[in-house]
Ligand binder design. Structure first.
Ligand code: AMP
Length: 578
C-alpha cells in the first residue's frame, strides 16, 4: 500500500460489506440491519481476514447518532416533549430501576460485587437511540402519540446516562477501587474537590444551563443563521450550514456542558423546528444520516466476539432474557398503569427491548474503573448484538399480540401496528394515500363532490383533522399489508397514491393490484424511471410531478403570449394595411 489510510479502509470495508450482507439479508427476507451487524463481525478483530479500525468505526457511528437525533429534533417541538413527560419520566426511571435490579440480581448470582452489578444492570437498562429511531421511522410511527412517548422516554434515559457517566468515576474513587479520581472527566469537579453530591449538582446545573441557552439564544440565533444562508441562494452553503449547526452544537454541548452528543444534536434540531426551513434542513441531512446509521451497526458487529457466547452460554442467555423480556415486561406494566392502550404499551416495550451504544460506553467505563469484570463487558456486547438482531422479531410478535389482545382498541386512530384493523364499510370507493400537498387537493375535491372515499395518512395529526371534518381516515403506513387491507382494495373503484416516495408507492401498487385486478390505480412520481417502475408494478396512470409543473408553466407562457398578441393585434393589422 502506498500509504496508510485506516479511515478510508474502515469506511470502504464497512459500507462495502454492509451493502453485500444487507442485500443478502434482504434477499432472504431478513431485515438488512442483521446483514450490517454480520458485516461488522466479518471486519471485526475476532474473525479472520481484514480487520477495520474499531475506534474509528465507533466514532463514525457517533456521527450517525448525531444526525439521527438532529433529524428527530427537527420533528419535535418543545410542546411535544412536554406533553409526554407525564409518562416518559416516571416510565423511563421505573424501567431503568427495574432493569438495573434484574441485572444486579443476575450478577450477584454469578458472584460479582454490587458495584459491578450496578454498572451491569444500568448498561442493560438503556436502549439504543439508533435502533429505536430506525424502528419508529420504518413503521412511520414518529408522528404518532406512541412514537412521541418512545422518543421522550429515550431522552429521559439519555439524561440518566449522562448522570451515570459522571457519577461512576466519582463512586469508584470514593470506593477506593481503581483510579477513579483520575477519570473524573470534569475539571471543575477535580479542581474544587467536589464530592458525590457536588458532582451531581454540577452536572445538573450544566445540563440546565445548556438547555436554557438553547431555549433563549439558540432558538433565535439558529433559525436566523439558516435564513440568512438560505437568502444567499447557495444550496451547497445551505447544506453545509445545516450540517455545521448539527455537528457544532452536538460537539459543543458535549465538550462544554457534558451533555451527550445525541442530546446536543436533538436540541439543535428542536431549535430549528420552528423555522419554515426545517423541512428542507431535514431533507439535506437524510442521505448522510442513513449512511452513518449503517456504520453504527457495523461498528456494533465489530465489537462482538462470537466465542464469548459459547464460553458462557447461561449468563449470556440470562442477559438476553433481561434485555428482551424483562425490560419489556417492566415497560409494558408501567405504560399500562398509566392507562394507555395495550397497543401503545406493547409498541413502546418492543422499541425499548434492545441495548446499544450507551451500554458500550458504560461497560467500557466500568472496566476502566475496575468496577466491572471484562466478562461483564463481553456479556453486554453479546446481549446488544443479539437484542438488536431480535428486535424486528419482537416487533412482529407485538403486532401479532396486538391483533389477539384488544380488538376494540384496534379501532382507535393510534392503532398503527395492530392487525387486523377493521375493514372500512365503503364499497366502490376511492382510496387516497397521503394527505399532504398533493393528496389534500385531491381529497378536498372528492369531499366537495360527495364522492365516497377514504384517506390513509401516516401523520396522526392529519388523521385527527380529517376525522373532525367528517372525512373517513385511517392512520398508518399504506405500504403495510394490514393497513392496506383495511381500506378494502378489493371492493374499491380507484386508488390514488399521492405520496412522494416511489419505493413505498410501488409496494402499495403491487399489493392493491394483487387484491383487485380491476381497480384503477393513479400514482405520483418524480422521474421517468419512477414512472416506469410504478407502471411495471401495475399502476394504470402515473402522473409525474415535474412534467405537470412544466405544463403549467407552458400554459402560463401561452396565455400571456395570447394576451399580448390580442393587445397588439389591431396595430399589426393597421401596419400591414399601410
Ligand atoms: P406531500 O409530499 O406534501 O404531498 O405529502 C405526502 C403526505 O403523505 C404526507 O402527509 C405523509 O404523511 C403522507 N405519507 C407518506 N408516505 C405515506 C405512507 N406510506 N402511508 C401513508 N401516508 C404517507
Amino acid at each position: 500500500m502506498p500509504h496508510d489510510t485506516p479511515l478510508i479502509a474502515t469506511v470502504v470495508a464497512g459500507l462495502g460489506l454492509a451493502f453485500v450482507f444487507g442485500t443478502i439479508a434482504q434477499r432472504f427476507r431478513v431485515p438488512p440491519l442483521v446483514g450490517y451487524l454480520l458485516a461488522g463481525v466479518a471486519v471485526g478483530p475476532f474473525t479472520p481476514g481484514f480487520v477495520a479500525d474499531q475506534a474509528l468505526a465507533t466514532e463514525l457511528a457517533e456521527l450517525g447518532i448525531i444526525l439521527l437525533m438532529f433529524g428527530v429534533g427537527l420533528h419535535f417541538s418543545l410542546n411535544d416533549l412536554l406533553s409526554v413527560r407525564k409518562i416518559a419520566v416516571p416510565g423511563a426511571v421505573a424501567q431503568i430501576a427495574v432493569a438495573t435490579l434484574m441485572g444486579l440480581g443476575l450478577t450477584l448470582l454469578m458472584g460479582w460485587t454490587v458495584g459491578a452489578g450496578l454498572v451491569f444492570g444500568l448498561a442493560l437498562s438503556v436502549a439504543s437511540t439508533v435502533v429505536l429511531l430506525r424502528a419508529l421511522q420504518e413503521r412511520r410511527l414518529m408522528d404518532t402519540e406512541r412514537g412521541k412517548i418512545a422518543v421522550g422516554w429515550l431522552i429521559v434515559e439519555d439524561l440518566a446516562m449522562v448522570l451515570a457517566l459522571v457519577l461512576f468515576p466519582a463512586v469508584a474513587s470514593f470506593q477506593g477501587g481503581g483510579d477513579g479520581a483520575a477519570l473524573v472527566s470534569d475539571p471543575l469537579a477535580t479542581r474544587f474537590g467536589l464530592g458525590l453530591t457536588g458532582v451531581l449538582v454540577l452536572t445538573l446545573i450544566k445540563i440546565a444551563v445548556f438547555i436554557a441557552l438553547m431555549l433563549v439564544v439558540g432558538r433565535r440565533l439558529i433559525p436566523w443563521v439558516l435564513h440568512y444562508i438560505a437568502h444567499t441562494g447557495s444550496r451547497e452553503l445551505f447544506r453545509l450550514t445545516v450540517l455545521a449547526i448539527a455537528l457544532c452544537i452536538a460537539f459543543g454541548a458535549t465538550k462544554l456542558f457534558g451533555v451527550s452528543l445525541a442530546l446536543g444534536a436533538f436540541f439543535a434540531g428542536m431549535m430549528l423546528r420552528e423555522s419554515p426551513l426545517s423541512q428542507r434542513a431535514a431533507q439535506e441531512t437524510l442521505p448522510l444520516r442513513d449512511a452513518f446509521a449503517v456504520l453504527f451497526f457495523v461498528s456494533v458487529g465489530m465489537l462482538f466476539d462470537p466465542l464469548s457466547v459459547v464460553r458462557e452460554p447461561w449468563p449470556f442467555a440470562a442477559t438476553l432474557f433481561v434485555i428482551v423480556v424483562g425490560k419489556s415486561l417492566a415497560a409494558l406494566l408501567i405504560v399500562a398503569l398509566f392507562r394507555h392502550p395495550m397497543a401503545t404499551a406493547l409498541m413502546i416495550s418492543a422499541s425499548l427491548a434492545q441495548i446499544g451504544e450507551f451500554s458500550f460506553i458504560l461497560a467500557e467505563l466500568g472496566v476502566a474503573l475496575n468496577l466491572l469484570p471484562k466478562a461483564g463487558r463481553d456479556l453486554i456486547l453479546a446481549g446488544a448484538i443479539f437484542s438488536i438482531m431480535l428486535n424486528p422479531l419482537v416487533f412482529a410478535v407485538v403486532d401479532w399480540l396486538t391483533s389477539r389482545l384488544d380488538k376494540p382498541q384496534a379501532a382507535s386512530p393510534t392503532a398503527a401496528t395492530s392487525e387486523p384493523i377493521p375493514v372500512t364499510a365503503l364499497q366502490d370507493h376511492t382510496i387516497l394515500v397521503g394527505y399532504g400537498r398533493v393528496g389534500s387537493i385531491v381529497g378536498d375535491a372528492l369531499h366537495q363532490r360527495n364522492a365516497p372515499f377514504l384517506a390513509v395518512e401516516a401523520s396522526d395529526d392529519m388523521v385527527a383533522k380529517l376525522k373532525q371534518r367528517g372525512i373517513e381516515a385511517l392512520m398508518g403506513n399504506a405500504a403495510r399489508a394490514s393497513v392496506l387491507r383495511a381500506t378494502n382494495p378489493t371492493g374499491a373503484r380507484s386508488l390514488v397514491i399521492a405520496i412522494p416516495e416511489a419505493f413505498e408507492a410501488g409496494q402499495i401498487v403491487e399489493q392493491a393490484r394483487a387484491a383487485n385486478a380491476d381497480i384503477q390505480i393513479i400514482a405520483r412520481a418524480h422521474s421517468d424511471a419512477e414512472v416506469d417502475h410504478l407502471k411495471g408494478l401495475g399502476a394504470d396512470i402515473v402522473i409525474m410531478g415535474e412534467r405537470e409543473i412544466a405544463r403549467g408553466m407552458i400554459e402560463e407562457l401561452d396565455r400571456r403570449h395570447a394576451a399580448v398578441a390580442t393587445q397588439h393585434a389591431p396595430a399589426a393589422r393597421e401596419d400591414s394595411a399601410a
